[in-house]
Ligand binder design. Structure first.
Ligand code: NAD
Ligand code: UDP
Length: 347
């Protein structure tokens, strides 16, 4: 059992990971400015975790770019327990928005991470799990993609993640003692099986899964499938979808390894190793929901790759972790969340 600090813990991946870590017996302080989430998510995490575990979660509203907010957060652990590790989810993640507002992306994602690392150094905490992304691989040359593939991001969001990865390299090389995991997520989807917590995008979803579930629930008329002429078996794009609960468990496994082993810098893909096309997702969601998902095939979206699938073997080897849930589980749990919360948390 350790005292952990989770930045962005009210968000989609953060809330599911917070639940898994509470269930593993850890004490958590969550720092979130709720710019893309609602306090209600953390209230539901507490409800799912039960009354004993709920007391082990402290919430601080604040910004990772503020040294004062970070100091307040490090001091917020009950009983003055030092923070043993940070899990850093806070950041901005919309590719299109990053093209329009690069300054904001570099500010939150890079300057925010730098500020957090400085606070960790000042507070004597040198263990970090960082949310990186498969977007770093750009248009991959080899699929499934190994961690050794070239880093060649193609948008400001990806550049900001690559810059943080580089900063973590530099930091780990600068002094001994850092324990860092850079986790490159593929496509996180789905929800907790209770349907109490899930993904709650604001506005029109950019990503396939939330869009499909909003079509199924009747919030949107039809899906646009971006490209039917990709070099894939059915002509639609292929991605490696990972159930958010598998991803949350991957964080717990990474943390356990970092805390148990000598200091190291780990860089791991978190994905299933299986690819599914857009049309596979449509069919699986229709089967899980019993609702039609009308779609139209339109032009390719700028910046999309035909196929991105993880080589997940290194994570299996280093963490003893692999995904356990398939596409049908992702659709079932995503639909359960969507149906019970057609307008998300209502924030
Ligand atoms: P999310 O937007 O749901 O969660 C991010 C959380 O960070 C939100 O609660 C938001 O309010 C908070 N936040 C944003 N800026 C902040 C700031 N300046 N100070 C404090 N809190 C702040 O996103 P998510 O899908 O849960 O993603 C979490 C992390 O994983 C992000 O770093 C993202 O880039 C990365 N990632 C996500 C995906 C994905 O498809 N969801 C894929 C790869 C990597
Ligand atoms: N996609 C689509 N219609 C949409 C959103 C996405 O056809 O409204 C496709 C997209 O072209 C890609 C896949 O679905 O092949 C996953 O896209 P998403 O944006 O969810 O993830 P990413 O492209 O970041 O991997």
């Amino acid at each position: 059992m350790a005292q952990l600090l989770i930045t962005g813990g009210a968000g989609f991946i953060g809330s599911h990971t917070a639940l898994v870590l509470l269930e593993a017996g850890h004490n958590l302080v969550v720092l979130d400015n709720f710019s893309n989430s609602a306090p209600e998510a953390l209230r539901r995490v507490q409800e799912l975790a039960g009354p004993e575990a709920a007391q082990r979660l402290t919430v601080v509203e604040g910004d990772i770019r503020s040294a004062a907010d970070l100091d307040r957060t490090f001091a917020a652990a009950p009983g003055d327990q030092p923070v043993a590790a940070v899990i850093h989810f806070a950041g901005l993640k919309a590719v299109g928005e990053s093209v329009r507002e690069p300054l904001r992306y570099w500010d939150v994602n890079l300057a925010g991470s730098r500020q957090l690392l400085a606070a960790m150094q000042a507070h004597g905490c040198r263990t970090l799990v960082f949310s990186s992304s498969a977007t770093l691989y750009g248009y991959p040359e080899v699929v499934p993609i190994p961690e050794t593939a070239p880093i060649q991001p193609i948008n400001p969001y990806g550049h900001s993640k690559a810059a943080v990865e580089q900063l973590l390299d530099d930091l780990a090389a600068s002094e001994p003692g850092w324990r860092i995991a850079r986790l490159r997520y593929f496509n996180p989807v789905g929800a907790h099986p209770s349907g109490r917590i899930g993904e709650d995008p604001s506005g029109v979803p950019n990503n396939l899964f939330p869009f499909v579930s909003q079509v199924a629930v009747g919030r949107r008329a039809e899906l646009q499938v971006f490209g039917g002429d990709w070099p894939t078996p059915d002509g639609s794009g292929i991605r490696d979808y990972i159930h958010v609960m598998d991803l949350a468990e991957g964080h717990r496994a990474a943390l356990d390894v970092l805390l148990a082993e000598p200091p190291q810098l780990l860089t791991l893909n978190l994905g299933s190793g299986e690819g599914h096309s857009v049309l596979d997702v449509v069919r699986a969601f229709e089967a899980a929901s019993g609702r039609p998902v009308p779609f139209q095939i339109v032009a390719r979206r700028d910046g999309d790759a035909a196929s991105t699938v993880a080589d997940p073997r290194l994570a299996a080897e280093r963490l003893g972790w692999r995904t356990r849930r398939g596409l049908a589980d992702m659709c079932r749990d995503g639909w359960c969340w969507q149906q019970a919360n057609p307008h998300g948390y209502g924030h």
